[in-house]
Every structure is written in C-alpha cells, then in structure tokens.
Ligand binder design. Structure first.
Ligand code: FES
Ligand SMILES: [Fe+2]
Length: 318
C-alpha cells in the first residue's frame, strides 16, 4: 500500500536529457510504474513507447535495435515504427494490425526530453511546453545539473516551495521568504516572494519567484545578489518514488571563473538542501487536513491547483 493516496499525475515529464542517446540508440526506462523504451531514429527523433512487445512480451529496451526508422524486437524480429504500428513480421507475409505499442508524445525542448503521460492514451497534450528564453542565451551559463531518486511523489516535492517556514528549521536560513502573490492559471501557478539575506555588508533583499508548469516541471528564478534559474523536473518512478533533476543556470559575469564559482555555490546549496529535505520527505505522511498556522504559505491553494492533474480524481478527503 502506498503512503500517498494519489494516482500518477498527468502532464509533461522529463524522461531523459537529449545527449543520453545518440541517433540509433535504445534505452530502457521506468516511469509511472511502467516499463518503457526510449529510442532515437537515424534522423535524430526521439520515441518513447511501452517496453513490452505485443507479440510475446520481450523488453524492447533490452537488446532491441533501431534500423530504418523502426525498432526491432530482440525476440522474433518484429519491427515497430515511431507511431507504434507494426511494420513487419520478418517470418510472415502478413502484419498483425492489432500489435501496437503505446506511444507517448515527446518533445526535445529547453535541454530536456519531455514526454506527455496521461492515464488515457487517447488524450492528446493539453498544453505546450514553452521555450525558456534564457536557455541557450549567450548571457546565461549552460546547465549545472544534479539528479536524485527520492521516496516520495512529485506533489510532495513541489509543495515544499509553497512552505517557506520549513526553511528556518530544515535548512537553517535566518529569514523566511515573504510570499507576495500566489496565482494559478490552468496548468500554471506562480508564487512571487521576497527574501532578505544577511551579508557581511548588512541585510539585502532578493527575490524567489516560482513558476510551475504542470505537475512536474518548474522554473525557480532567484534574483538579487545574483541572477540564477533552477529548472526542476520531477518524474514519478512508481507509487512512492520519483526522480528529481535540478538544472541551474546563472546570468554570466564578465569573469568566467566568477560565473562557475557562483553556479557551483548554488549547486552546493541545493545539494545541501536536498540532503536536509530527504529524511523529512521519505518519512512524512500526507495529511489531507493539515493544521496550519495563519503565517504558513499557500499550501491549500497549492493542493487545490495540483489536484487537477489527477485524471482519476483524488480520494475523498484528499
Ligand atoms: S516478443 Fe517481440 S517479436 Fe516476439
Ligand atoms: Fe526544502
């Protein structure tokens, strides 16, 4: 029994980085409690499909190979194209039209391979993944990335940013961000806040603005002393674990060394925070009716917004 009373959310999720696969490459993955195969055709397009061959169930990501724009099953050589149709059964004149692979819409955007996952495979993507202007911009560094597997669900991780008070206790910050605005608009939500920092030269103000695009993809913009962006992606592996990837970029300084020093400092801080958050996340429970303080962040608003991503609905009380 899962600790969390939720099905997998629907939306766009990171499944890989573009450079994980060369054209012609094949990779076994597992997300949403589903075995998957990610492959790249010779033209460089990415395809994500259910892993098990509809013939007799071989895993296409283990020994499958790409040829002429199709993936070939290692067991009996059946070939499937990027739409999931069976193209050829090499030892039969006929094609079994019922043999189809579930295929997930995929985009290569902002330095991520993102897949649309909905429990109903006939539901087409309900929103686009916007381009992030700073990604690939000369004024910004490339990504500094880190990756973690955490025993929790994306909702719980995302709730963290709507919970400023925990920073005082879990992360030892001296001040807590003041939420100025929290707004939702369909699959997007925005939380604007300001944060004071104590520096050797006195207190200074910065901003932390969190933009969530769907259930597992956010952009956190830090500004003030330096400008930095963290694109955080979270993808469920199964009912109670997920992979989170942080992708930091900083606005470049004239001095290249300064750019990497600042970026590395951010990465170090976020690594520290994850290590601090992990035992809380991995052991806490989800309380459908929490007892909140008036000065807590917009936790209930966040949950109400997030509930839209559970196509099967959420259990009563949650
Ligand atoms: S199991 Fe894939 S071709 Fe037979
Ligand atoms: Fe945290």
């Amino acid at each position: 029994m899962s600790r969390f009373p939720f099905p997998h959310p629907y939306g766009w999720f990171q499944v890989a980085y573009p450079d994980e696969l060369e054209p012609g490459g094949v990779k076994a993955l597992r997300f949403w409690s589903t075995d998957l195969v990610l492959w790249r055709d010779e033209a460089g397009e990415y395809h994500l499909q259910d892993a098990f061959c509809p013939h007799l169930g071989a895993h296409l990501g283990v020994g499958g190979h790409v040829q002429d724009g199709a993936i070939t099953c290692p067991f009996h050589g059946w070939r499937f194209d990027g739409s999931g149709s069976c193209l050829e059964i090499p030892y039969s004149e006929k094609i079994n039209r019922k043999a189809r692979l579930r295929t997930y819409p995929v985009v290569n955007r902002n330095g991520f391979i993102l897949a649309w996952r909905h429990p109903d495979e006939t539901v087409a993507p309900m929103w686009e993944v916007d381009e992030i202007a700073e990604h690939g911009d000369d004024g910004w560094s490339s990504y500094y990335t880190s990756e973690y597997v955490i025993r929790t669900i994306p909702q719980e991780m995302m709730e963290n940013s709507a919970d400023p008070a925990h920073f005082l206790f879990v992360h030892g910050t001296e001040t807590v961000a003041e939420v100025e605005e929290y707004n939702t608009d369909g699959p997007c939500s925005v939380m604007l806040s300001k944060q004071s920092y104590v520096t050797p030269r006195g207190t200074t103000w910065g901003r932390i603005d969190v933009y969530n695009f769907g259930p597992g993809y956010s952009k956190v913009w830090f500004s003030g002393i330096v400008d930095a962006i963290n694109i955080a992606t979270t993808t469920p592996i199964d009912d109670e674990s997920c992979v989170v990837r942080f992708n930091f970029m900083v606005r470049k300084f004239e001095d290249e060394r300064m750019t990497s020093t600042v970026a590395e400092a951010f990465v170090k801080e976020i690594n520290k925070q994850i290590v601090e958050d992990k035992p809380i996340w991995e052991n806490k429970t989800f309380l459908p009716v929490p007892a909140l303080a008036d000065t807590d962040g917009p936790i209930l608003k966040f949950r109400k917004w997030y509930a839209q991503f559970y196509a099967e609905g959420v259990p009563a009380g949650a």
